[in-house]
Design a protein around this ligand. Structure first.
Ligand SMILES: C[S@@+](CC[C@H](N)C(=O)[O-])C[C@H]1O[C@@H](n2cnc3c(N)ncnc32)[C@H](O)[C@@H]1O
Length: 263
């Protein structure tokens, strides 16, 4: 399976003064390097069929990035929509995926629709500061659901600590991008209670892309008891916690897909 390994640094005002290279500023690279593989997509599609019913679905990704979790669902979609707080991502997803896109905060998405499926499968939940905020966010997303709809979120739960650090987590092969090739790798630099420090390295050849984009950032890794905290977000109920690799019911350890429906 492709790495879900998440999210990335939160953009801060400081970058306006001293612009740092950030993968989010290069949606095409992100799209190619982080495209979910067929197995990842099949697990999510089966979950949606189980909890929502057969396609077509109106689908929203509340932190859509380059839309690479929207594109695979285009053949099954009555409506594809994305929200993101990065203008480059919003423009790219509109132009390249054909989704309705909105520039905005995922905590308060402003969309004039309701959705059968609200899906974030790259682990942006690791950017949420605490379980109470996560719980409220699931409730907010729930208020955008159509009757019978579901919220599906990827969460990274704590796993036993790595034997040695730094530890290689995942590396892509070289992939074609306009004018050249690119690859990405993730290394675990530090394993702390509730958080991991990740280094993301993107290398490119040709095409005028920056040859190297290196970013270090911390991600929340949720303790397993977060699952209890998420049992009943406002107006919602947690219905399933499954292994993102195979869709089987699983305990809260590692990459898990959580499904919420209306209470
Ligand atoms: C890991 S990517 C996920 C992309 C997409 N969901 C996917 O599955 O590929 C994280 C995205 O979340 C966006 N993001 C981070 N914090 C956000 C927020 N508070 N509101 C909206 N978008 C946010 C970033 O701009 C970035 O495009």
């Amino acid at each position: 399976m492709s790495a879900h390994i998440v999210a990335g640094p939160v953009l801060t005002g400081g970058e306006a003064l001293a612009p740092a290279l950030n993968l989010y500023r290069f949606p095409h690279l992100y799209d190619v390097l982080k495209a979910p593989d067929d197995g990842d997509v099949a697990v999510v599609r089966e979950l949606i069929e189980r909890f929502v019913g057969p396609a077509p679905w109106a689908i929203l990704d509340p932190a859509c990035g380059p839309g690479n979790w929207l594109r695979p669902f285009a053949p099954h979609a009555a409506l594809l929509a994305g929200n993101d707080n990065c203008p480059e991502m919003v423009e790219y997803t509109r132009a390249c995926v054909g989704a309705h896109t909105v520039l905005g905060d995922m905590y308060d998405p402003q969309l004039p629709h309701t959705f059968d499926v609200i899906l974030e499968a790259s682990g942006v939940t690791s950017l949420v500061p605490d379980a109470a905020t996560l719980c409220r966010w699931v409730g907010t997303l729930g208020s955008l659901l159509s009757k019978g709809g579901a919220v599906v979120l990827l969460m990274n739960f704590e796993t036993p600590p790595a034997a040695e650090l730094p530890a290689a987590l995942w590396q892509s092969d070289w992939r074609p991008v306009p004018g050249g090739f690119a690859r990405i790798r993730y290394d675990l630099l530090a394993d702390m209670p509730g958080a991991q420090r990740i280094r993301r390295t993107v290398e490119t050849e040709g095409g005028g892309w920056p040859p190297l984009i290196v970013e270090d950032y911390d991600l929340s890794v949720w303790p397993s008891d977060t699952l209890q905290a998420l049992a009943a977000p406002p107006g919602m109920r947690l219905r399933a916690c499954v292994d993102a690799a195979n869709g089987q019911a699983a305990d809260a350890q590692g990459e898990r897909l959580l499904v919420f429906t209306a209470a």
